[in-house]
Design a protein around this ligand. Structure first.
Ligand code: AMP
Length: 186
């Protein structure tokens, strides 16, 4: 197994594709851009929803891929077998930890409760000073606008420091994200 030298980007995203085709388009575009930019994709190893889209696009463009999946989800999320590297964990917690440890930055695409859980663990670890890795949300079609508004509300109501908002960097498009990734971890 070759030792990867590429910078790694952990992508959290839906195990579903959502209703709007724009989200799958963005996932494919991100997978290709990561591969072409020499970034290794770290993700949850599924072949469903946006997870499958981003991984197939990265593999199709010749990118390095690293998947992490708990044993009990291999069937449900159709664990991809053709990834550059696949780690099977016992628990969801181990999965999140292994994904995060092997990444230089994280990106959340549109997704559901699982995506939020993964993203918020990274943000709360950052708030506690446990790491300084950048976290981005790809705000395709304004999907994350309600979340960004909620975070403003939380700060306004005094339940988080304003500095918390700086831990999550919204980007409007894949080219903008790639520019930020190159500047921050490239
Ligand atoms: P979702 O955004 O709900 O489609 O889930 C996206 C990914 O997050 C999937 O790979 C799920 O297995 C994973 N996931 C779901 N629930 C959790 C959880 N509680 N903790 C960590 N990951 C989760």
């Amino acid at each position: 197994m070759p030792v990867p030298t590429a910078r790694s980007v952990c992508v959290f995203c839906g195990s579903r594709a959502g209703r709007k085709p724009v989200h799958a388009d963005a996932a494919r575009s991100l997978g290709r851009a990561l591969a072409e930019g020499g970034f290794r994709l770290v993700y949850g190893a599924g072949d469903v929803g946006l997870m499958g889209e981003v991984a197939r696009a990265a593999l199709g463009a010749g990118g390095e891929t690293f998947g992490v999946v708990p044993q009990h989800l291999i069937d449900r999320e159709r664990g991809k077998r053709d990834l550059g590297r696949l780690i099977v964990t016992e628990t969801m917690h181990e999965r999140k930890k292994v994904m995060f440890m092997n990444a230089d930055a994280v990106v959340a695409l549109p997704g559901g409760p699982g995506t939020l859980d993964e993203l918020f663990e990274v943000l709360t670890w950052r708030q506690l000073g446990l790491h300084a890795k950048p976290a981005f949300v790809l705000n395709t079609g304004g999907y994350w606008d309600p979340l960004l508004a909620l975070l403003e509300h939380i700060v306004h109501e005094g339940f988080a420091e304003r500095s918390f908002l700086g831990f999550l960097e919204p980007v409007a498009s894949v080219p903008e994200l790639m520019e930020r990734l190159r500047a921050r971890v490239g």
